[in-house]
Design a binder for this molecule. Structure first.
Ligand SMILES: Cc1cc2nc3c(=O)[nH]c(=O)nc-3n(C[C@H](O)[C@H](O)[C@H](O)COP(=O)(O)OP(=O)(O)OC[C@H]3O[C@@H](n4cnc5c(N)ncnc54)[C@H](O)[C@@H]3O)c2cc1C
Ligand SMILES: NC(=O)c1ccc[n+]([C@@H]2O[C@H](COP(=O)([O-])OP(=O)(O)OC[C@H]3O[C@@H](n4cnc5c(N)ncnc54)[C@H](O)[C@@H]3O)[C@@H](O)[C@H]2O)c1
Length: 450
């Protein structure tokens, strides 16, 4: 039967673009459907604008340190609108660069929503049907709000990126990546922030000890973290000081100008026509894939946030490239899911690769040992500010093989990447001790920890 393309990619975010470029570099004839802005969540409503806001917040905090250290910097607030103009110009350049790369690679970009009609056919929203030997689903995910009365009064992270000024009082609901990141940014840029956490602690996939220190750092910075807080409703408050009141166990009396739900995301699979193609999804709608990102239908594959893979841009990209190398490039290297480094861009940042102490103990019992370093980074010690760093290594066995690296503190985001390579290569604590330190840095603590 006639095929228009070798591959149709549905979604032009991190995973979809990486797949389209890699397949085309192997000689495949590729079409990509993306009705919204190129780059998807990461470029437009995620990593990139978030990191820009994090950089602004970081700069604001550093101005405070500079003042303490003797620079005659007057107290100042960010001209948020001016900063957003810089941020969006940076993002527009990314769009231009993607457009050019798609043209250069000869990839057909259709700015249209697509729906599967069968295992080889995609119908575009203008009614045109395209056929391909293979289809890739890379439609990502969307934020989800809890089902409580008044939920419509709260926004989600997408809304945050449309703000042009910091609201005076903000409530963040959730204790995961987004709640922690937005809390740090908003507090640093002038809001009073309250975080409502359903469980006992922040960022449960990270090491408990470091997450506890981060919660302490946030409290020192003025963020109010409410744990074990189950929200039951949001209600509008009128009068002279209008706002939104948060109701539930442990909720405070005061109200807020904005409430943001950062309570997880759900895959974009509703009305995608997956049943027409016979593609299996799980109970939450995620596309079910095997370790090589194949679905139960031979011609259909899926990568990124639409699957149960960790919802991180480099994971979507790595999965997409490996899959395309296998389908079109004659190479078969599945994604190593055990050594995925991850950073929460809090203030200060927290990063991890490998196992937490708890996960290591569940897997290796008494063979687990840990070493840690708690210290004040030099800049904060000079300014006599209370912010502390906490680094921790989790080791296994008599040879003390390093199975987890956990860093909280200034520059943790930048330090972790190189040590993630080392951990993947199977280093021991002695290998770290055998490495000459770079002094004076925070990074040297990783090779000096005893
Ligand atoms: C606030 C926030 C901050 C984040 N920060 C980080 C970070 O710092 N580091 C990190 O690694 N990750 C971060 N992430 C996660 C990261 O953004 C995602 O893991 C990544 O974007 C997933 O890529 P994807 O290709 O699977 O999906 P997406 O990037 O979401 O792309 C999916 C695309 O599919 C399109 N689409 C949907 N339905 C259809 C259809 N029917 N037809 C055609 N197209 C369709 C959508 O328009 C979208 O553009 C963040 C996420 C958020 C929300
Ligand atoms: N720096 C990064 O790499 C980065 C940054 C942001 C987002 N992300 C990715 O995006 C994903 C989504 O982020 P997220 O923060 O929305 O999800 P998350 O899974 O990290 O956190 C969700 C939080 O919401 C809480 N929650 C869920 N339902 C709730 C309810 N009904 N009431 C109260 N709390 C509830 C959970 O307990 C959890 O604390 C992350 O898991 C991560 O993979 C990555």
């Amino acid at each position: 039967m006639h095929q228009d393309f070798d591959l149709i990619v549905i979604g032009g975010g991190s995973g979809g673009l990486a797949a389209a470029f890699r397949a085309s570099s192997h000689g495949a004839k590729v079409a990509m459907l993306e009705p919204a802005l190129l780059g998807g969540t990461c470029v437009n409503l995620g990593c990139v604008p978030k990191k820009a806001m994090w950089l602004a917040a970081d700069m604001g905090l550093r101005l405070g340190v500079a003042r303490t250290l003797g620079f005659p910097v007057p107290p100042m607030t960010l001209d948020w609108q001016a900063f957003v103009a810089h941020r969006q110009r940076y993002i527009a350049n990314i769009h231009d660069s993607y457009r050019k790369r798609l043209d250069d690679a000869g990839i057909a970009w259709l700015p249209l929503r697509g729906t599967l009609r069968d295992a080889h056919t995609v119908e575009c929203e203008d009614g045109v049907r395209l056929r391909a030997r293979r289809l890739l689903i890379a439609t990502g995910a969307h934020p989800r709000k809890p089902d409580i009365p008044g939920a419509e009064l709260g926004g989600v992270s997408d809304d945050f990126f449309h703000w042009v000024a910091p609201p005076p009082r903000v409530a963040l609901v959730g204790g995961g990546y987004i709640a922690v990141e937005l809390a740090g940014v908003l507090q640093a840029l002038g809001s009073q922030v309250d975080v409502f956490v359903r469980g006992h602690r922040l960022i449960t996939s990270f090491d408990a000890e470091l997450a506890g220190q981060l919660a302490e750092d946030y409290r020192q910075a003025g963020v109010r973290v409410h744990v074990d807080c189950k929200l039951t409703a949001l209600k509008r408050v009128g009068g002279e000081d209008p706002g939104i009141r948060v109701h539930g166990d442990g909720a405070p009396e005061h109200h807020f100008d904005q409430v943001i739900f950062a309570t997880g995301r759900r895959p974009n699979t509703a009305s995608l026509g997956l049943d027409a193609a016979g593609v299996a999804v799980d109970e939450l709608g995620y596309v079910v894939v095997d370790g090589r990102h194949a679905t139960n239908v031979d011609s259909v594959f899926a990568v990124g946030d639409v699957t149960r893979d960790p919802a991180l841009t480099p994971v979507a990209i790595a999965a997409a490239r490996r899959l395309m190398d296998r389908l079109y490039g004659g190479r078969d290297e599945p994604l190593d899911r055990d050594h995925i480094p991850s950073v929460v861009f809090s203030h200060p940042p927290i990063g991890m690769v490998g196992l937490t102490e708890q996960a290591a103990r569940e897997r290796h019992g008494d063979a687990v040992s840990t070493v840690r370093a708690s210290f004040r980074p030099m800049l904060h010690a000079l300014a006599d500010s209370p912010q502390r760093s906490l680094f921790k290594l989790v080791c296994v066995g008599a040879e003390r093989r390093v199975v987890g690296i956990h860093l909280l503190g200034e520059a943790a985001d930048e330090i972790l990447q190189g040590f993630a390579v080392a951990l993947k290569r199977g280093i021991t604590l002695d290998d770290l001790h055998d490495t000459v330190a770079i002094h004076p840095t925070s990074a040297e603590e990783v090779v000096l920890m005893r």
